[in-house]
Design a protein around this ligand. Structure first.
Ligand SMILES: Cc1ncc(COP(=O)(O)O)c(C=O)c1O
Length: 337
């Protein structure tokens, strides 16, 4: 596989560690759990978006952009890492924060990722809607028009599907890294569990594994929308990613595995299982998870293990996608742990 024709900016600390989760495995009585530490990608406190941004910023620089524009929830990790990449590469950053979560605490509005966005020098805009991806993208285009009218050269990272999923290529490449780490340890995984939101990580992981002829099952834990909406989204993004990577047809619908049993009432809303997962990961493994993405995907991993879904001797990989600063933005949600 060669993705050399895509421009790529160097932003992430790679390779990220692959570690056993011995205590959690023992506590659950199997399977054998491992963690891929993509919370350690660097770039202003790490996370999965650093890998995705390497392709977006490669494209932005190739196009001669001087400003990058992005949208996300108020406590978005994608937005925070974009602001960091802009600072590192000397570009201006305009970010749009959507009111996607009803949380009126001061720390949600001002701490965690928002504090870092400000520190990193991003110009912040707010969007009252939080569920309309087309409207969010249209508002980004309005910001881009303004930047252009002031003589700037904007680059927009869109939210809604329908644009080339450049970010997913970050996870296509990540699977080369993972497979070589597995080979180095003579380790085979039966499944990988990850959070599935925009689906860039899910699509890239699936396509990257299949291109390299690995049949590891990829299990997405819904963090944003229910399964009936997420499955077609993942499939669409996976097909587009496969095409972009030059291997159309490498994925099919029956390869898209998604659970929404641990989503709870919705995006950024607490569940008892999320709180248990955040607490267990911290106290058993010293791992910091966040309430929105990694807490729910870890809850899915724990819940599936307890159901006997994997089989006791399976090797299962948890992809830790980061989100650490959001812990502080959502700290009131975890007051009772
Ligand atoms: C910490 C974290 N994990 C997972 C995700 C979901 O990844 P994706 O949008 O690629 O589905 C996000 C998205 O913002 C995130 O910030």
């Amino acid at each position: 596989m060669s993705l050399d024709r895509f421009a790529r900016a160097s932003l992430a600390h790679l390779p990220t560690p692959l570690e056993p989760m011995a205590n959690l495995s023992r506590l659950l009585g199997g399977p054998n759990l491992w963690v891929k530490r993509d919370d350690c990608t660097g770039l202003a406190m790490g996370g999965n978006k650093a890998r995705q941004l390497e392709f977006y910023f490669g494209d932005a620089l190739a196009q001669g952009a001087d400003t990058v524009i992005i949208t996300g929830a108020v406590q978005s990790n994608f937005v925070r890492q974009t602001a960091a990449a802009c600072a590192k590469l000397g570009l201006a950053c305009e970010i749009q924060l959507e009111h996607r979560v009803s949380n009126d605490t001061r720390e949600y509005a001002a701490s965690g990722n928002v504090l870092l966005d400000r520190l990193l020098g991003a110009r912040i805009h707010y969007l009252p809607e939080g569920e309309d991806e087309q409207a969010a993208d249209a508002a980004l285009e309005a910001i881009a028009d303004r930047v252009r009218s002031e003589g700037g050269r904007p680059y927009v990272i869109h939210l809604a599907p329908g644009h080339p999923p450049l970010g997913a290529l970050g996870y296509v490449v990540a699977m080369e890294e993972l497979l070589s780490q597995m080979a180095g340890r003579d380790l085979e995984f039966d499944a990988v569990v990850l959070p599935t939101g925009s689906a860039a990580t899910h699509a890239g992981t699936l396509v990257g594994l299949r291109i390299q002829e690995s049949s590891v099952r990829v299990i997405g834990a819904c963090v944003r929308r229910e399964r009936s909406l997420q499955v077609p989204r993942v499939l669409r993004q996976a097909l587009a990613t496969a095409e972009l990577a030059g291997d159309p047809g490498i994925v099919a619908e029956d390869d898209v595995v998604v659970f929404d049993d641990w989503l709870g009432p919705g995006y950024g809303q607490a569940t008892p299982e999320m709180k248990e997962a955040v607490t267990l990961a911290a106290r058993q493994e010293g791992l910091l998870l966040d309430p929105v993405y990694t807490g729910k995907s870890m809850a899915a991993l724990i819940g599936l293990a307890r159901r006997g879904y994997f089989g006791g001797n399976a090797n299962v990989l948890y992809l830790h996608t980061g989100g650490t600063p959001a812990l502080f933005g959502y700290s009131s949600m975890l007051e009772d742990i």
